[in-house]
Design a binder for this molecule. Sequence first.
Ligand code: PGA
Length: 243
Amino acid sequence: MYVLGNWKMNGSIELLQSFLQPMRDLQSSLGQSVQIGLAPPAPLLGVLVHEKGFLFGSQDVSEQDEGAFTGETSSALLASLGCDFSLVGHSERRQMFGDTEQRAANKAEKALEAGLKPVFCIGETWQQREARQTWQCLEGQLAPLQAALGDSVADCVIAYEPVWAIGTGKTASPEQAQEVHAWIRQKLGSNNDLPILYGGSVKPDNADELFAQPDIDGGLIGGASLQWESFEAICQAAGRQQQ
Ligand code: PGA
């Protein structure tokens, strides 16, 4: 299981510093069956350089290697800081910053080449769900990833994040999420070891029932990862599934 916090464009150096020791202590008490991690805003990755007590990663990665790409960060640079993972294709990047399906797949490829685990985010909008286009949408997001990575898709983490559940307080029901997770697993070759995380308004009071689903292998947590108490409670919920 993984529980990863996505701070988005929130937080501060002080907040991150206040998380460090509690994160290390929690990871060591949970053991290796639950891996916890954080993706703070990029400048704060400097605080985490070579942190070994828990996972850390970036919220995005460039599809380019290096060069005149102002504002971009290469996978090689992130790997040299000791990052473990990179979020790729988050819906906010897809919707607001021009990450096309192909670009997201390219980014995942770059991350893997550098030894970073891509946490590849997919999800449908409410309109698509209402129009019964969920599978078509997810298929469109996964096909370029499969084409780019082939069997190495098995080295990714997939995060199913229905766009309508992100930051809205509306969570997919455990049954809705399980249905999609099972479909994703089957689509990507029925690999039981492929971690498929759920994201979208995960909170301490819904984490247990989500994580109890057979094909939900943890969560990608936005808003609730900005307060230690709620993030810890969600990590503990993952821990209870391993007992
Ligand atoms: P949320 O965000 O938990 O605030 O809904 C999840 C995400 O965007 O990764």
